[in-house]
Each structure stands twice: as C-alpha cells, then as structure tokens.
Design a protein around this ligand. Sequence first.
Ligand code: NAD
Length: 508
Amino acid sequence: MSETTQTVTHWIDGAATSGASTRTADVFDPATGQVARQVVLAEPADVDAAVASAKAAFPGWRDTSLAKRTQVLFAFRELLNARAPELAAIITAEHGKVLSDAAGEVARGQEVVEFACGIPHLVKGMFTENASTAVDVHSVRQPLGVTAVISPFNFPAMVPMWFFPVAIAAGNAVVLKPSEKDPSAALFIARLWKEAGLPDGVFTVLQGDKVAVDGLLDHPDVASVSFVGSTPIARYVYERGTANGKRVQALGGAKNHMVVLPDADLDAAADAAVNAGFGSAGERCMAISALVAVGGIADELVAKIADRAGKIRTGDGRRSCDMGPLVTKVHRDKVASYIDVAAADGADVVVDGRTVTPDADGGADNQGFFLGPTLLDRVPTTSRAYTEEIFGPVLSVLRADSYTDAVELVNANPYGNGVAIFTNDGGAARRFANEVSVGMIGINVPVPVPMAYYSFGGWKNSLFGDTHAHGVEGVHFFTRGKVVTTRWADPSATQASAGIDLGFPTNA
Ligand code: NAD
C-alpha cells in the first residue's frame, strides 16, 4: 500500500495493517479543501498489538552491538537524504505548508538522525579505578524498553525525529502515534527504517486519536512518553503518564515574543517578523506571534511589516507560493475568529488575512483552508488575541515604553517556548538572555530552534517534565543510569575472609 492510497494504516511488526480498527478520520488536502484519504483510528486492541510487538523486539535490539545499531542509523540517514523530496511532498499534501518549508522540516529532523549516529560516544559511561582498595566503579546507561512518541500535526516528520532517532540509537523500541491530521509521513518513515535494516517491531506507527493516546498512557509495558502538542493536552499527558509511573516529557504550546529595541535595524527586524510570523502559516511552535516594539519605533515598524505582508503570495504549497493554507477548516475558522476578537478589544486590524485571494488550483471554486497574513496593532494584553495561542498567520504588535517594560511583558506570559530580541546593543542582548524566563532565545535570530546537539524545549506552560528533546538531554531521557561497584582481589593477595561486620561500608 502506498502513502497515496485511500486508507492510511498502522505499521506494526514491520508491516502495514488496519488491525482491529473500525473507526477512521478524514485526512484533507488543505489546499483544495477536499478529503484526500482516511486514516484508521486505533482501538485498544491495536494499542496492545503495537506495544506487544515493540516489547518483543526490544531485547534483541537492546543487545545488538553499538556498531551494528549505528550501521542501521547511517543507512536510514542515507535513505532519508535520498528520499527527502518525496517525504516533503507527502507533508505538503496533508499539512499544507509550502514545499521548501516541508523540505526544511525534513532537513532539521535529519540533523537529529546524524546526531544519533554518534550514539557510541553519547552513551559512554565512566570508570574509576581503585575507588577503595581493590574496588573499581563504573557507570553505564541502558535503554528503557518501549518508548512512546505522540506528535502534533504541525511537524509530521521533524517532531517525531526529535525523539525516535535517539531512542532507537540508544537501544529502545519506539511506538509513534502521529497526528491524525497528517498521518502519512510516519508510514513513509517506517518503510525507510525497514529498508535500512531495522528489525521489525523496533519502530511502530500507531494511528489514532485519544483512544490510542490513553491506551499508551495506561499501558504497563510503555516505559516513557515523549509528547508534543497543545498545552492542555501536554499537561494531561504529563499528569496521566507520570501517575502511571512513566517517564514523561510533554512539550506544550507557545506565545513567542519578538522584542525590537529602538536601535535595531528596522528593515532586518521587519523581514524577520514576517518570516517568523507567517512562515508555515504561523503553525510553528517557534513562530513569532507577538511583536513588542520598544520606544518610538512602532509606527515605522508596523508600516514596514504591513508592506511586506502585502507582498506574500498565499496559495497551494505545491505552486511555489510563499505561504500555504491552514491544516483544517475548523482550525482556519478558529484562527480567523481572533481577528474579530482583537478588533472588539480595541486593536487595529492593519492587514486582514480574510480578504486574501489565494493562488490555488480551481480558482474561485477552491475550498482550501486559506487565511492570508494578518497584522494586528495595539493589541491589549488582556485580549484573548494576546493571552491565547492562535497558531496561525496572525502577528500581534504590542508597544512598550522601555526595555524593562518589554521584559516584564514577556516574563508575565504563561508560555516560555521561544523569544527573540532585535538590537545592535550587545550589552542589552546579553542582559536579555540572562533575565528572560524562556527556554530558547534568539539574538537577532527570529526562530531560534537549537541545533540537534543542543536540546529543544521551553519553560513554564511550554513544557511539562524536566527534560528537553534531543541533544544530551534526549540521550538522558531515553536511557537510565546504572553504577557498578566491583571488587577483585589481586591474584597475589591472600584470599582472607573479610569476616563479619554489619557496619555501613566505608572506603579504605
Ligand atoms: P494537539 O494537542 O491537538 O494534538 C497533539 C497530539 O495529541 C496529537 O497526536 C493528537 O492526536 C493528540 N490529542 C489531541 N487531543 C487529545 C486528547 N483530548 N487526549 C489525548 N490525546 C489527544 O496539538 P496539535 O493541534 O496537533 O498541534 C499544535 C500544538 O502543538 C500547538 O499548541 C503548538 O504550539 C504545539 N507544538 C509545540 C511544540 C513544542 O516544541 N513545544 C512543537 C510543535 C507543536
């Protein structure tokens, strides 16, 4: 079965299957508004089958040498590299983002695969010789077992790749539950793993909705859960998963600010605000959604952004447009509703994306889920357009009198995923990086997504749990430590009995 056939299935035990699933959900082509295919939705029996297959595959994979595991990872990397354009096309067809953006997502995911190829170095333990007389100590890190990854719609390839390369490299089996809105990328990836030589059961795809998620959260054989999605579901997943004794990292929603100081290059700042605000139609967890103009620059900056926003070509992501549609009609309408909310609360609607004429097949009959770039100015901090995550191409401008006011605004926000500052003052930028309560900070960089060898994660309501994704923290999440204390007497020593001593052992 190929990714473009009518029903997207699970991938269990190295093969596509519909299992026990009887329910399905529509998967749309967001650029036309048409139902493109269906995805099966797991029943509890499918969760059991997926986890059982992963559990059975785990011991063999855990005991596969690092040399052999690494060979599979390198083979997967090569296949991903060769077939990246196909994967990007699958992403665009179901998510809607433009092809270049989809290719960028694959490339950023691939960087984590490349990081994970260095797993032998990353899981090296430590050794202490002669910690006590004839006693040595060493530490190892071992895999957890069956690890679950539950991902959102907005990065159907990259977000799963924040986790599964590291988890698999470390010797775990992975059950991926992708978003039901764009499920085909995960199946494509499963086939690449098989071709790369990964044993069946080490990488499983379980399609589904809440039934699948709850099944994984409650399953006694699932050791850990890596979740990415909206804040309410992240909190729920964290609470239910940890209550069941699992290790959980749950990355949530965001409201990312971009602070522009009066000394900044306003053209560069306007370019950055447009790219970071409207790229992927604002459906990025690191999108800039709130721009804080400090001092007297706001009018000039708003004019520059409005000018650029007016030149963006919104349309079908396959037609070389700048910005694609939103993922579903429901989401598009929800995002558009915030424009009225902001206006009612006193904001100025500088650019209204509802008036856009999309470039798409079918001309005026096109039912694609389009919303053009939208710019709101003077958005009150009490407006729901500011307090809630919109997750669409809506950029809100707020005005702050001073640097201090701007930092207070950012730090008062309940989210803490990403933030950017634009300035030519190194001292101000340095101070900002030190005192802002956010996990990922860009200085003249609007979308500061960390490289694979650092770790990705926010603060406050943007992350539940204490471990970020990939990098050293990712390796730590997918392994647990063991310390081995060993006594071997020297062959020349007399093997005298230590005698009976019930005191606590001390070193000598
Ligand atoms: P979502 O929370 O609706 O869904 C995420 C996952 O949870 C999906 O797999 C979905 O099937 C499942 N799910 C949805 N409702 C559920 C429920 N009631 N019970 C159990 N499982 C449920 O998120 P989304 O709309 O797919 O993705 C967008 C959100 O993800 C945004 O809030 C965005 O900020 C966030 N996100 C965060 C990051 C980050 O790194 N912090 C990255 C990407 C996306």
